[in-house]
Design a protein around this ligand. Structure first.
Ligand code: ADP
Ligand code: MG
Length: 356
């Protein structure tokens, strides 16, 4: 266990800045997830922590010591990648113990460590198999086992579940969460999958183009996104965004309107707004309801697509005034394609962001 501190960490290749000054405090035993779209710098940042990537600027501390110039193996970290990188000619036992063999660990101690890792990963019955006799999920567990036996201070995971099929991903996700609890280890986990981030993280770090957009617990970020990017990245289906005009900005709410929307006062407005300016209204699909109801923000359109998932019905509505919103309703609800539909939202459930 160890805490990890990033102070204005930077990475550039030549004149191209990839990581643009990231500062972050990761506490002992915390599960931190770096999430963001492909190419935003997640792997680069993780590799800078691991020592596989040189740090251009700033300071990195593990357990209080500055490690910028330490070799990967001196940093007390273990890294698990998307590709399992296990040896096909070795058994599970040999693969898991490989790092200890290299380090010249005494046999009895190695056997104990491998046995313990196998127990934690529920692989005791598979120790004599070769990787070709394992499923994808089991192979990934071997790779994790290999990192566990080294008793690292910090575990780093780079999209470890991306190569697995959907059902297995869910299983492995739960196993990694359980592993974190069992080992009480500091873990830093990279993914582009917001569901993995929401379910695993104590703390999510949302990255965009090498910069931190927001740091917080999954539900903090979900309920109080600091900007449109974070709001659009977390949550499924994605939050709806509508371009609106600011009619009046005052304490307690910003009144906005658009050709699709009669004036409505939005209490949760993040940023600076002025009358006559533009803004972006955000409403999650779960907070749009069909019919007049008690809601005050109303949008009129026609049903253009219906996805009936059993537990949820997702309806796309093409707005009469242009644009489209997605409505997510509990349960199985029939809708006719092309039917007119009025959807409304409670203004307190909406967000107002500055226009980009
Ligand atoms: P992510 O893991 O979030 O998908 P990466 O960290 O792999 O993103 O990459 C971040 C950015 O850095 C990308 O735009 C990528 O093209 C660039 N990049 C990565 N490695 C190099 C390199 N060796 N030279 C130049 N650019 C690189
Ligand atoms: Mg990556």
């Amino acid at each position: 266990m160890a805490d990890v501190k990033l102070v204005d960490l930077k990475k550039s290749y030549g004149t191209v800045d990839i990581i643009k000054g990231v500062s972050l405090d990761i506490r002992h035993g915390e599960f931190v997830v770096f999430v963001g779209p492909s190419g935003c710098g997640k792997s680069t940042l993780l590799r800078m922590i691991s020592g596989l990537e040189e740090i251009t600027g700033g300071d990195l501390y593990i357990d209080g010591a500055r490690v910028n110039d330490e070799q990967p193996r001196e940093r007390g970290i273990a890294m698990v990648f998307q590709s399992y990188a296990i040896f096909p000619h070795m058994t599970v036992r040999e693969n898991i113990g490989f790092g200890l063999t290299l380090a010249g660990t005494p046999k009895a101690e190695k056997e104990r460590a491998v046995g313990e890792a196998a127990r934690v990963l529920q692989m005791e019955h598979l120790l004599d198999r070769k990787p070709s006799q394992l499923s994808g999920g089991q192979r990934q567990r071997v790779a994790i086992g290999r990192s566990i036996v080294r008793k690292p201070k910090v575990f780093l995971f780079d999209e470890p579940l991306s190569n697995l099929d959907a059902a297995l991903r869910v299983d492995m996700r739960m196993e990694i969460g359980k592993l974190h609890k069992d080992l009480e280890a500091t873990m830093i986990y990279v993914t582009h999958d917001q569901v993995e981030a929401m379910t695993l993280a104590d703390k999510i770090v949302v990255l965009r183009a090498g910069e931190v957009m927001q740091v917080g617990s999954p539900l903090e970020l979900y309920h109080n996104p600091a900007n449109q990017f974070v709001a659009g990245f977390l949550g499924s289906p994605k939050m709806n965004f509508l371009d609106v005009e600011v009619k009046e900005a005052r304490d307690g709410g910003v009144v906005v309107a658009s050709p699709a929307l009669e004036p409505v006062s939005i209490p949760r407005a993040i940023g600076a707004f002025r009358s006559g300016g533009r803004a972006v209204l955000g409403v999650r699909p779960q907070f749009l309801h069909p019919g007049e109801g008690a809601d005050r923000g109303h949008l009129h359109g026609r049903v253009s697509l219906v996805e009936r998932l059993g537990t949820e019905t997702v309806v796309n509505v093409d707005l009469t005034a242009g644009g489209r919103v997605v409505v997510a309703l509990d349960g199985d609800r029939p809708f006719d394609l092309g039917a007119e539909l009025l959807v409304g939202f409670e203004p307190s459930k909406a967000h107002l962001f500055e226009a980009a």
